[in-house]
Design a protein around this ligand. Structure first.
Ligand code: MIG
Length: 711
């Protein structure tokens, strides 16, 4: 009894001590941002950080007045941290999982998992892990907590936020700010900003598992152009490869990849081709041979090359923790990109392994590290395997095209992987449930730093009905990443595949997206510089209004537009006047598919022309959609740059500021270039002024000052 009693006392003491005393290393690293260390922190087992872009020096001690103090403790083999949560606090973030927008009450396992249909693990263990929670207090002030830990862990959200890790004790970073937006900006300063993606990647993208042979791809591309359905990208899924061997092409179905890419480029399409991490273990296959020669494979617990089954059969897996392997991997993109490929899709990078219950490799597999990264078991490096893969894919692509913005889509990810690529929400299903679920999923990914995301439009698995496709594409054009996709064996899911009615619905939906591009691109610029996502929860419109905290049927694009899908029942509305607008000639109120898009009073939203793809994009003539507030004022912005390349980082961009004011029934609209060195042509403007009496449309006029009379 004495033994048990003693350990009980000891545990009690440790807990008390942990919550009282601050560790010597605890420090402030920015205003209202503090790092807390457990007393048994082992830096070799935890550092360097994958989430943070660097080690931030202390700017001071954690003040005694600091309210959010995490408590570190051990429970059996687990290393834990707990942060108490006050009643009424709304929790968000936590990366990619199913469930409602509000994360309170969730148990999430942070262990990247190939989870077809989200069917396994109750949908609470998906392809990505973001050890991050955003908390919003009743009064609208907010906080965030990062568990700076890549090891397998659980995140439990109830009356406390708990991270329960199978690895060694880890540190946490706590942010306290006046608003959730400010917390996200602080997060982006810690975990990094996303470089601007190429403009074309904001266009609509068409995928299928898989389009082949090459004639089929050409036919798909031609259909888009002939039918005048806007599209920017055609995707190449796994079947283009020779026996699923990455960096090869099946000569029978794709005899001339370069010629095919040229054909598509001539018709103003970009192309994205898939690369997986599993390398077919077959002697004579160039990637395998050079990988074996360079000793690039992950080892099993006995130090032998680990072999796991994926598409090609027996595979070995690059150990991306090794600098030599990182370089070896990135060099493969040279010849690959030389065929005219524009972007890369890194799939299966959890990594997914077939025919094992765990769906991945054993946790005691060995990564060897080197230079910065220490050696460690798969339990440590699993969650960042995909992130490392895309980091070095990106480096490889940048080496080939130093003057182009790389585009990579990754299925797996970890907090911070938005620095290297965009993502989508994996293998969803053609169901109404998954259509609706896509909104809270996208929103929470955005609230976890990964704002360039979207779900497979139409639903990936199983057949899609015309009705479901119509609803899905009408919504999906408002995802930051907008791509239609379809699983092998399911029906055709191109916009025209469901008959003329749904083709019209799709065309209208896509016209709305393409006309909105000036506004959307401006939001991408804002998100990449402030960390406040493109697609935002409704409660961002009024952070003090707690009745908005659960709203997940509708959402905001930026701060000026609200999207309300047709199925939304009594969506919670922020205060103020939000007026329905027409973006591409639609009347959403008499339409069964197109969501209502509402403009905030006091906002000006710049809209472009109707185009078929982003090579036709121009901001020379803009329609300004305006809704003045009670004082007759409104304002808005436009960001413009070359749409590709890095000139924008050297001042080659422009911001335009728009304003509207009212005096004796005359609305004066002003447009002026307010920042940046990009020389832009004089612009033509047309105003659509939304008032309580309807819309007033001006004729086309040359800026910068437009006077519009209305009674
Ligand atoms: O085991 O490459 O999520 O988008 O079409 C399936 C085939 C592998 C999973 C991806 C999906 C893709 C599919 N891939």
């Amino acid at each position: 009894m004495t033994r048990n009693f003693l350990s009980f006392i000891l545990l009690f003491l440790t807990l008390t001590v942990a919550s009282e005393a601050k560790d010597q290393r605890d420090k402030l690293i920015a205003r209202q941002v503090a790092v807390f260390y457990p007393s048994d922190f082992d830096s070799v087992a935890n550092m360097p950080s994958f989430a943070l872009i660097k080690e931030f020096p202390a700017i001071g001690k954690v003040p005694d007045s600091w309210k959010l103090n995490p408590v570190f403790f051990h429970s059996g083999k687990y290393s834990c941290v707990s942060l108490p949560v006050k009643k009424g606090t709304s929790l968000y973030g936590s990366g990619e999982t199913t469930g409602s927008l509000l994360r309170n009450g969730n148990d999430i396992t942070l262990w990247n998992t190939d989870n077809f249909n989200y069917a396994g693990f109750d949908g609470k263990q998906l392809y990505q892990s973001h050890p991050w929670v955003l908390g919003v207090n009743v009064d609208g002030t907010a906080f965030g907590i990062i568990a700076d830990n890549t090891w397998k862990q659980k995140l439990i959200l109830n009356d406390s936020i708990k991270f329960i890790s199978e690895g060694p004790a880890f540190r946490v970073i706590v942010i306290q700010k006046d608003s959730p937006q400010a917390v996200l900006t602080a997060l982006s300063e810690l975990v990094g900003k996303m470089d601007l993606p190429p403009l074309w990647s904001l266009g609509y993208q068409q995928c299928r598992y898989s389009y082949f042979p090459d004639s089929r791809v050409k036919q798909i591309a031609d259909e888009f152009r002939n039918r005048k359905i806007p599209c920017d990208v055609i995707w190449f899924d796994i079947d283009y490869m020779d026996k699923f061997k990455v960096f090869t092409f099946d000569k029978n179905i794709f005899p001339d990849p370069k010629g095919l890419n040229d054909y598509l480029h001539d018709r103003s399409f970009k192309t994205i081709w898939m690369i997986d991490p599993g390398i077919k273990a077959e002697e004579g296959y160039m990637v395998y041979d050079s990988g074996s020669k360079g000793n690039h494979w992950i080892k099993d617990k006995n130090g032998k090359d680990f072999v796991g089954k994926v598409w090609p059969g027996d595979c070995k897996f690059p150990d991306f923790t090794r600098p030599q392997t990182q370089k070896w991997w990135s060099d493969f993109y040279k010849d690959f990109m030389a065929t005219g490929i524009d972007g890369v899709w890194n799939d299966m990078n959890e990594p997914s392994v077939f025919e094992v219950d765990s769906k991945t490799m054993p946790i005691d597999n060995q990564h060897r590290g080197g230079e910065l990264l220490p050696p460690g078991p798969h339990l440590r490096y699993h969650n960042v395997y995909g992130m490392l893969m895309i980091k070095f894919s990106r480096e490889g692509i940048l080496k080939v095209h130093p003057d182009k913005r790389p585009f990579i889509l990754s299925r797996s990810g970890y907090l911070g992987s938005h620095r290297y690529g965009a993502t989508w929400t994996g293998d969803n299903m053609a169901s109404t449930d998954h259509l609706r679920l896509s909104i809270p999923m996208s929103l929470n990914l955005g609230l976890s730093g990964q704002f360039f995301n979207g779900a497979d439009i139409g639903g990936f698995a199983e057949n899609t009905t015309p009705e479901l496709f119509g609803q899905w594409i009408a919504l999906g054009v408002f995802y930051p990443f907008s791509r239609g996709h379809a699983c092998k064996g399911s029906n055709d899911k191109e916009p025209w595949a469901f008959g003329p009615e749904i083709e019209k619905v799709s065309q209208m939906a896509l016209n709305r997206r393409y006309r909105l591009l000036p506004y959307l691109y401006t939001l991408f610029q804002e998100a990449s510089s402030t960390g406040v996502p493109v697609m935002r929860p409704i409660f961002f419109a009024d952070i003090k209004d707690t009745t908005l905290r659960r709203e997940e049927q509708s959402f905001l694009l930026g701060k000026d537009l609200m999207v309300i899908p047709k199925w939304a029942k009594n969506p919670a509305m922020p205060k103020g006047i939000w007026r329905n607008i027409s973006i591409a000639g639609e009347n959403s109120q008499n339409d069964q598919y197109q969501p209502d898009v509402k403009i905030r009073e006091g906002a000006i939203v710049p809209v472009g022309k109707c185009i078929q793809n982003t090579t036709e994009y121009s901001t020379d003539s803009l329609t300004l959609i305006i809704s003045t507030n009670a004082n007759g004022f409104a304002e808005g912005r436009l960001y413009e740059d070359a749409g590709d390349g890095f000139g924008y980082k050297r001042g080659q961009y422009a911001f335009w500021t728009f304003s509207a004011s009212t005096k004796s029934g005359v609305v004066t609209v002003k447009a002026r270039k307010s920042e940046g060195r990009l020389s832009s042509k004089p612009k033509m403007f047309k105003v659509m002024l939304y008032t309580k009496n309807g819309v007033i449309e001006s004729s086309w006029k040359k800026g910068p000052v437009l006077n519009i009379k209305f009674r």
